[in-house]
Structure formats: C-alpha cells, structure tokens
Design a protein around this ligand. Structure first.
Ligand SMILES: Cc1cc2nc3c(=O)[nH]c(=O)nc-3n(C[C@H](O)[C@H](O)[C@H](O)COP(=O)(O)O)c2cc1C
Length: 309
C-alpha cells in the first residue's frame, strides 16, 4: 500500500446533524431500518430515513404496485406505513440501539395534519431530524399537490416550522416546471435543508392486455434513468438557495454520489439501488472513501459544489 495514502475526513454537517459520511438511505426504500440490519452495518452509513409516516396507519394501494422498466422502476405503494403510534411503540425501540442519526419522513393530507405530525415527531428524542414529503394532494384545496404550488408549499412548511425545533428537511418533487421556485418558497418558510428529487410521475402499459401494469395506473419513476434530471435540479437549486441539499435520484455507486456532491449536495440518499443490493448504501460510502483516498482528497467537504463550469 502507498505509504502516503490518506484517510480522508468523510464527515459532513447536515443542518446541524453531524454525519459520519454523506450517505443516507432514501425514504421508502429502507423500511424502518431494522429490516436491513442483516444486510448492512447500520453504523457504517451517514443516516437512515424512515418510510413516510402519517397520523394513522395506511394499507397503501392495491397490487401490482411495482414494475421494472429499462433503467429504473415505477412504484405506486400509496404511502403504506404503520402510522406514528406504531412507529413509536414498535420501531423506535430498535432504532434507539443504533448509533446512526434517524430522520423521520412524514406527510399529511391537510396543513393541520402536517403540523400535527411535525409536533408529534418533534417529541421523539431518538429522531435527529424530520424530512417532509410535500408530494401529497391537499384534500382541502381540491387535490392540489403541496409540492407543485409554491404558495401551498410555503404555508405547509411554515406550519411545520412552527411545530418543531428539530432540523426540518423538505423533500422536493421534480414534477414541476421550475424547481428553484419551490426551493425558494421552502427556504422562505424556514426549512433547514432540501432533499431532491422525489420520483417522477410515469406509467407502464401491458400491450396484450391493453391495460396499465400498475393497479394505480400511474406511479413514481426512480432509478438510474432519473439521475441526469436529479443532478440538473440539484445543481440549479444549489446555486439559488443557501440551504444544504441532499441529492437523490438514481445513485447506484460512489461515482454517482460524488457527482451529486460536485453539483452542490452536502449529502446523498440511496433509494432504488437498495432493491438491487440491500448493502448498496454501505458499499457506496466505502467506495467514496476509497476514491478520495486514491485521489488524495483529504476532506469530502471540499467537493461540495466544487463543479467547474
Ligand atoms: C418503493 C419506493 C417507495 C418510496 N416511498 C417514499 C416515501 O414514503 N416518501 C418519500 O418521500 N419518498 C419515497 N420514495 C422516493 C425515494 O425516497 C427517492 O426519492 C426516489 O426513489 C429517487 O431515488 P432513487 O432513484 O435512488 O430511488 C419511494 C421510492 C420507492 C422506489
């Protein structure tokens, strides 16, 4: 081994949450952490994000609700989750034993529900931060999605902000004309960080049956095919806001993750890759460190936003 090889500093600070490395798991692709404990050393990754939580348990959509596509997958899980009470009673006891920050992803159907969730989650000492999924229809305002209307996003994030002192991360939808407008609205409302991107709306058709493959007809598109779109959005938002950014979308390996950091991400989340290899997040973190070492980069923070254009 090269005697001059360095051990790089992999730590980053995400809106006040210290991470041992920038690799997090993406909501909905890593259960509540415990499901992956036999495949991943949970204390080797930067942070875990839970499946999206709501006030009441949800059974989700009818099946089929996942379909593979070239370069990615479509899912229409329908935000199935155990609900906040079961999360506290059944999931927190395990998470408490793991020395890795846990971030709760959550959603609601109204502004009041979002605020109530933020208030309840705020009281859970084991949570390092909250990630708000605003890609949900606002039932009171005729189904308009909070994540596609900047005024709605401002209102819902303002309400969550008042309800929690924990780091508040807003997860942005890519299904908008201008993601920067949404990012600025969330910054103005008091968000501490932004995650992007969530899935793109897509669909798949079974020609012979002349029917959609997903029971829900449409679903969220994720995986390697969305990476260029996600990279572009991270880059645009990083230039326009002051908040730290978590890059998400088609990250399959360390190269992908490091590209997101150059584009301006402070941390990254690994989603669909965990369906192919449940140990993907751990592997990506280890390979990122090896890349830094091989390229004599002493501190991963020096790569954040270091893209040369
Ligand atoms: C099966 C599945 C379930 C998901 N559930 C959620 C969820 O509950 N909340 C959320 O904010 N994002 C959810 N996502 C979106 C992912 O967290 C991530 O933003 C998206 O998949 C893009 O990353 P990827 O290409 O690495 O998978 C889900 C994605 C998949 C594939």
């Amino acid at each position: 081994m090269d005697s001059t090889a360095i051990t790089p500093d992999m730590t980053v600070n995400l809106a006040g949450i210290p991470l041992r490395n920038p690799v997090m798991t993406a909501s909905g692709t890593f259960g509540y952490g415990e499901e992956f404990a036999e495949y991943v050393d949970l204390e080797s990754i930067g942070a875990m994000v839970t499946k999206g939580l709501s006030l009441k348990a949800r059974a989700g959509n009818p099946t089929p609700r996942i379909v593979e596509t070239p370069g990615g997958m479509l899912n229409a899980i329908g935000l199935q989750n155990v609900g906040i009470d079961a999360f506290i009673a059944k999931k927190i006891p395990f998470l408490r034993t793991v020395d890795t920050p846990v971030i709760a992803n959550f959603f609601g159907a109204t502004i009041d529900e979002y605020a109530e969730m933020a208030r309840r989650l705020d009281q859970i000492p084991e949570l390092a931060g909250l990630e708000v999924n605003i890609s949900c229809p606002n039932v009171k305002q005729g189904g308009i999605v909070f994540g596609t209307d900047p005024a709605c996003a401002f209102d819902v994030i303002s309400a969550c902000r008042k309800a929690t002192g924990k780091p508040l991360i807003v997860k942005l939808s890519p299904n908008v004309t201008d993601v920067v407008v949404m990012a600025k609205a969330c910054q103005d409302a008091g968000a501490d960080a932004l995650s992007l991107i969530n899935t793109l709306t897509g669909m798949a058709i079974d020609l012979n049956r002349r029917r959609p493959i997903l029971a829900n007809i449409t679903g969220g598109f994720s995986g390697p095919a969305i990476k260029p779109i996600a990279l572009r959005m991270v880059w645009q938002v990083a230039r326009a806001v002051k908040l730290p950014i978590i890059g998400i979308g088609g990250i399959m390996n360390a190269t992908d993750a490091l590209e997101f950091m150059l584009a301006g991400a402070t941390a990254v989340q690994v989603g669909t890759a965990s369906f192919i290899n449940p140990g993907a997040a751990q592997q990506i973190a280890a390979d990122m460190e090896a890349w830094l070492s091989a390229h004599a980069v002493a501190d991963i923070k020096s790569l954040i936003g270091a893209l040369e254009t």
